[in-house]
Design a protein around this ligand. Structure first.
Ligand code: G1P
Length: 647
């Protein structure tokens, strides 16, 4: 093709062709291809002269490998060394994602645009494990993207904390967005013990969108600042806790006709985008409920550890708090509360701050969480004629329940199961039923495990474009790594270790079979109906996988800054010396944590008997916790051994 030729819709490739040569037995031929850049042609020439030699090339390659290996600071050792190696590559994935963008970006057929809000927060999960140093500031900056009505900016600038008003004026509210910042913040606080973070101040984002995407603010235009102002024209700053409360409390009242949180533009599943009038997401209602409960727990820590009795909040928030719990049962009343609040902060807010007693606040949000979970348990648990039971996850744009049915007609989605399990909405028995139903309707070993949904055999235009994708592709029935891994995470959390392991193991085993997955080591965005891994390397699910293997499988957790060990390794994961180990950083110290299971006990049968820190027996009041103060005392430069004896 000449330089004026034009093709559209294909991926670009630059190719080099060498002359044909014939190699005799035992002979070899080396080609070195160098990509270089510089200011002038001479720069390129000198680089070429310097490195276009086989020996220099080899040493540069080693240097490059070393550079990246040094960046990957987590490694694992279990009986399955291929799994350990695969996970090593997974650790590398979040770095590639930060350089190249999300899984949909480099591929022509998967939409366009920058990194999204959800990705922004979830990418921090991996950073917290691998490179926590700058995370605090990053989190703080990101909170500046939240609007005072609980929604958030959707166009993210290039600079950290830069959020841009949408010039095209496309309103889209993803109802899950308010839930992710808390998950990341909670993890950060658990690891660091930095509860003070919740009282740091930050601005709010302001643009044309008001009333949670339903209306425009006629008094605002693009020339004005992108920050929420008070009636006096001052920029308003509220604490991080206030930001989180606004996100969760507004959601609580933003319900559809079944008193479940409205789906709006979509939730985690971007392709559920055609039910903005009447759609509802049970799945994310469950997650918000759990978040509310966890916010209450952190409030207790603020109260007890920081000795703070009252919290300062913007006065408008009282509207969302002083509601009689009986009124939670009424959709109309809820919507009225929400409307009242949103109208109050439509253009500006008063800027007045009130003091709310911690205990009152805790009681209020706990009440909301409890109500929401009970509502889901009571109304969304479904059973079919084949005697399988699980949670309905959605309502469509005709207000109809999405899941149910029997046999080949069964409609089931994984998302609603994941979050009801993760959030403790499902009780133990329900978790057991869900696992059975998932195994029956969603599990398919030939494509790597648990699919996102069954085949609806319908282009369901009253729910989303996902039903326009062929079944077994993308968000329609593929094994979508992100949700599959969150399923594993939820199962581990609830103590269903064997089942959680199965989810990860089937995904890993599949990816590891190159002949069918056709991918290098690592986790792809999804696995298509032919078993091929798609959009490899750039998926946010790598962060969740690292987190799950680290904090659940190996059970290495932060406990308000202390190191808590709660291994959930199966007997078959210990090597021939009865050991399983992890290398990582905690509280800025390199640690090698080794679990020793000499009695060959299965998970559930073993517990921690003794801990040795650099060969000295470690004693703490809580035998599975190593205090941060003791870790900080350790020498900075070297790796420290933590030996954990199980029995
Ligand atoms: C992508 C998006 C993510 C979205 C998911 C499902 O997943 O980046 O925000 O929730 O599709 O629609 P990822 O690239 O993280 O695998």
């Amino acid at each position: 093709m000449n330089s004026n030729g034009k093709f559209e819709g294909y991926e670009a490739i630059g190719a080099i062709r060498f002359n044909d040569i014939i190699i005799e037995p035992g002979q070899s031929k080396t080609y070195i291809v160098v990509m270089a850049f510089g200011e002038s042609k001479r720069d390129i020439e000198s680089i070429s002269n310097d490195v276009l030699k086989e020996t220099d090339f080899d040493s540069l390659l080693e240097e490059t490998k070393l550079y990246w290996n040094n960046k990957i600071n987590i490694s694992y050792k279990t009986k399955d060394s291929e799994f350990d190696n695969w996970m090593y590559w997974v650790n590398f994935q979040p770095m590639l994602r930060r350089i190249y963008g999300c899984s949909f970006l480099p591929h022509h057929d998967y939409g366009k645009g920058g990194r999204g809000w959800r990705d922004l927060w979830q990418d921090c999960l991996a950073l917290l494990a691998m490179d926590p140093e700058n995370v605090r500031q990053m989190l703080l900056d990101n909170f500046g993207g939240i609007r005072f009505d609980g929604t958030n900016a959707t166009i993210i600038g290039n600079k950290q904390g830069e959020f841009i008003a949408d010039r095209n004026n496309i309103t889209r509210v993803w109802m899950d967005h308010g839930a992710w910042p808390f998950l990341t913040t909670k993890l950060y606080i658990e690891q660091s013990g930095d509860i003070e973070f919740l009282l740091e101040k930050q601005l709010y984002f302001k643009d044309l969108q008001v009333i949670r995407g339903e209306e425009k603010d006629n008094l605002w235009n693009l020339e004005q600042v992108n920050n929420q102002l008070t009636e006096d024209g001052e920029t308003y700053e509220g604490n991080i806790l206030e930001h989180l409360l606004i996100q969760h409390l507004t959601e609580f009242y933003d319900v559809g006709e079944h008193n479940v949180l409205k789906l709006h533009g979509a939730d985690w599943n971007d392709a559920l985008d055609m039910a903005s009038e009447r759609g509802e997401s049970v799945a994310f209602s469950a997650l918000y409920a759990e978040n509310l409960e966890d916010i209450a727990e952190l409030l207790k820590v603020i109260k007890d550890k920081m000795n703070i009795k009252n919290i300062q909040l913007a006065e408008e928030i009282q509207i969302l708090l002083n509601v009689n719990t009986v009124e939670y049962n009424s959709v109309d009343k809820k919507l009225k509360v929400l409307k009242k609040y949103c109208e109050k902060c439509k253009h500006s807010i008063t800027g007045k701050v009130i003091e709310i007693d911690c205990d009152t606040l805790i009681e209020d949000i706990k009440g909301k969480a409890k109500w929401l979970k009970e509502h889901i348990r009571k109304n969304e648990w479904i059973s079919n004629e084949e005697e399988f039971s699980w949670f309905n996850g959605y309502y469509d744009n005709n207000g109809r329940r999405v899941e149910g049915g029997t046999g080949n007609e069964t409609r089931m989605m994984l998302t609603g199961q994941v979050f009801t399990i993760m959030s403790n909405t499902a009780n133990e028995e329900q978790v057991r039923s869900i696992i059975k139903a998932c195994d029956n309707y969603l599990y398919d070993e030939s494509v790597g495990g648990y699919k996102l949904n069954t085949d609806f055999n319908e282009v369901k235009t009253d729910l989303g474009r996902m039903f326009g994708f062929a079944y077994g592709h993308k968000e329609n029935g593929a094994v979508f790594s992100h949700m599959a891994i969150m399923y594993a995470n939820a199962l581990y959390k609830r103590g269903f270790v064997e089942e959680g392991f199965k989810v990860i193991d089937s995904l890993y085993s599949h990816c590891n079979k190159f002949e069918i997955s056709r991918i290098y080591p690592g986790v792809p965005e999804y696995i298509n109906s032919r078993g091929r891994g798609m959009y490899h390397y750039l998926t946010g699910s790598a962060s969740w996988l690292i987190l799950t293997v680290l904090a659940e499988m190996f059970g290495v957790k932060g406990d308000m800054g202390d190191l808590k060990l709660e291994p959930k390794l199966l007997l078959k994961q210990f090597d021939e010396n009865y050991k399983a180990a992890i290398n990582m950083t905690f509280a800025e110290r390199r640690v090698h944590i080794e679990y020793i299971n000499e009695a060959s006990k299965e998970f559930n049968e073993y517990s921690i008997k003794e801990i040795y820190l650099d060969n000295n027996k470690y004693n703490s009041e809580n035998y599975s916790v190593i205090y941060k103060k003791d870790i900080i005392l350790l020498d900075e430069g070297k790796t420290h051994n933590i030996k954990v004896i199980l029995e």
